[in-house]
Design a protein around this ligand. Structure first.
Ligand code: AMP
Length: 125
């Protein structure tokens, strides 16, 4: 079910539970600002999610309310994860879903990193 990204942050969402260590994940990276882990239902040979440590529903919430340090830390973490996964030379795709029309399902900001094969043009159904 897509979520309404204008609602307040729900600290019972699955990524909040992963951040608190209540649910396991296949971690690929962690620093003070971000956690990255493999998507449970991969849509590409490499499909990793990067989430900020702070409680933000979506990109809109984050870009409006996060501190400059949180934003810099998160953006740098996304780049660091992609480099560590060896995706820069072959290329990769970033995606962030925001709200109903995008079909965002988890109400904690996450950036998808897709790679590991030629992904083709972006398709909108
Ligand atoms: P979105 O539609 O952008 O909200 O994407 C949510 C993503 O989270 C989907 O690709 C799911 O496969 C993924 N996901 C949901 N639960 C987990 C989990 N426990 N561990 C890793 N990925 C998850």
């Amino acid at each position: 079910m897509p979520i309404d990204a204008t609602l307040p942050y729900d600290d019972q969402n699955i990524f909040a539970k992963i951040l608190r260590g209540e649910i396991p994940c296949k971690k690929v990276f962690e620093d003070d600002w971000a956690l990255a882990f493999h998507d449970i239902n991969p849509q590409a040979p490499t499909h990793v999610l990067v989430i900020p440590k702070g409680a933000y529903v979506c990109w809109d919430d984050f870009s409006a309310k996060a501190s400059d340090a949180e934003i810099a830390g998160f953006v740098r973490a996304v780049g660091q994860v992609a480099r560590a996964l060896g995706l820069v030379e072959p290329g990769y795709r970033l995606l962030a879903n925001i709200g109903m029309d995008s079909h965002q399902e988890v109400p904690h900001l996450h950036v998808h990193i897709f790679g590991g094969k030629p992904l083709g043009p972006m398709l909108m159904r």
